[in-house]
Write a protein that binds this ligand. Structure first.
Ligand code: GDP
Ligand code: MG
Length: 435
């Protein structure tokens, strides 16, 4: 299940009942809002937040005369959308940058919340145009230092470590090192505990006092639901954090944290983690998130992901191939890779308006994609360029080489054939995408 799928489905259901009705009574509005409130609570939204939310929308709807209007249900959806956006912080909140480098980000949170992974993701993202240093201040387990090194390698950024010595000392040395070696950004990975405790907080406070970070980023595991909001509140009281990063929003979290945390802590969500890979990070755009919740998709994020996954050059080449119909299995393989880079088929489809929330798990077999890849990789370049030459004996060889069956190979070749036909039709204008 994807993020907010349930909430999205429920809210859509409420509004589909109202659709095509001209004018609404106050009672109908209140009944609909009651259902929205239940949906929010089921998504694990803090109950006070949910209550205020409903009150705001209801008051606004009654205060204007949209109930009498022709498209009142559309107007109410618009109100809900605006209220959702406001709830999540109105607009994108960017990371602060110091006047004089290096900019220092201190990353904190409970153990297992995803701090180390997030340090790597941020490092990779920011290192596109900045020189980034990762600092290992989680010294209590040697494995934690090693993990940051692995993450640093994946992100291709340098990792500063001094083994298991004092975290405050390590951090200050790291900042000196960063100054001497003209790093732009220093990201400090800190230790967490399974539960908030005073020792942890004291250590973080000492660290804060010493390195004076430009941002204290609190990493919060969204799977904790309501608890994540409590954790955030406590960290914020003690450390006065500057921003929140929600992780694991790819899992079957109900998403409530994303909707409550800003309202409860007053601190903006800056980024979200949507998977275990270094690329699985998104800036948090409240308006786009609201759009996803209401099943309106998120085309902008989709486009950005596509831009990250394929270069402009590649995109141009692909467009040309599609035009001249010289698209072959080699290109098909490239496309599968791009889809993977973009976070997989499911996350992509959920960002398309009208599609989100309508896809069933069984329709999207990501393993099938891996199988397809294996089959194409077992073909010779000549076969990939001209699949027509793949007759029976070649099919057997390919099946064997890819650990699949001849039926699997047949299926792939048929699919590819169908896709080409589809492309021809799209080109001749006889086929329109459903959205
Ligand atoms: N599905 C998913 N897993 C994540 C995400 N972020 C981190 N993880 C996983 O959560 C676990 C704990 O992460 P880690 O970075 O070690 O947490 P730390 O103890 O706070 O440093 C690891 O297995 C990560 O792969 C995310 O956004 N999505
Ligand atoms: Mg860690």
């Amino acid at each position: 299940m994807s993020l907010f799928e349930n909430l999205s489905q429920k809210i859509n259901h409420v509004f589909s009942k109202l659709r095509n009705k001209s004018g609404l009574t106050e009672l109908e509005l209140k009944e609909a809002m009651r259902e929205v409130r239940l949906a929010l609570l089921e998504a694990d939204v803090n109950y006070i937040v949910a209550k205020d939310f409903i009150k705001n929308v209801t008051d606004k709807a009654i205060g204007t005369d949209i109930l009498k209007g022709l498209d009142s249900s559309q107007q109410i959806i618009k109100l809900v959308n605006e209220e959702l956006i406001e709830l999540m912080g109105s607009k994108l909140s960017k990371l602060a940058i110091a006047d004089r480098p290096p900019t220092i980000y201190m990353v904190c949170g409970l153990q297992g919340s995803g701090k180390t992974t997030m340090c790597g993701k941020l490092a990779k993202l920011l290192s596109k145009d900045k020189k980034v240093l990762l600092v290992a201040c989680d010294i209590y387990r040697p494995a934690a230092i090693k993990q940051l090194q692995v993450v640093g390698e994946k992100a291709k950024v340098e990792v500063f470590e001094m083994g298991q010595s004092n975290p405050v000392k390590i951090a200050s040395e790291a900042v000196h090192y960063a100054k001497d070696n003209s790093f732009d950004i220093v990201i400090v990975d800190t230790a967490g505990r399974l539960h908030i405790d005073e020792t942890l907080m004291e250590e973080l406070k000492a660290l804060k006092k010493n390195i004076i970070p430009d941002e204290i980023l609190l990493v919060v595991d969204s799977m904790l639901g309501q608890d994540s909001v409590n954790v955030a509140q406590k960290f914020n009281e003690d450390l006065n954090v500057t921003g929140i990063i929600l992780t694991k929003l790819d899992g079957d979290t109900r998403g409530g944290a994303a909707l409550s945390i800003k309202e409860v802590t007053g601190k903006p969500i800056k980024y979200i983690g949507v998977g275990e890979r270094m690329e699985d990070i998104e800036p948090f755009h409240p308006d786009r998130m609201a759009s996803r919740i209401l099943g309106m998709g998120d085309v902008l994020t989709l486009i950005e992901k596509a831009q990250d996954a394929i270069s402009e050059e590649e995109a141009r080449k692909l467009a040309k191939k599609l035009k001249t119909q010289s698209f072959d299995l080699e290109d098909y393989l490239d496309q599968l890779e791009s889809i993977k880079k973009m976070g997989g088929m499911r996350s992509m489809l959920n960002m398309i308006p009208g599609v989100s929330g309508k896809i069933k798990e069984e329709d999207l077999d990501e393993k099938a994609m891996e199988k397809t890849k294996a089959i194409i990789l077992s073909m010779t370049p000549a076969e990939r360029r001209d699949p027509d030459i793949i007759k029976s004996s070649r099919r057997k060889r390919i099946a064997k080489g890819s650990g699949t069956t001849v039926q699997d190979v047949n299926k792939l070749l048929n699919q590819f054939e169908q896709m080409k036909t589809l492309m021809k039709r799209m080109k001749s204008g006889r086929f329109k995408l459903p959205f």
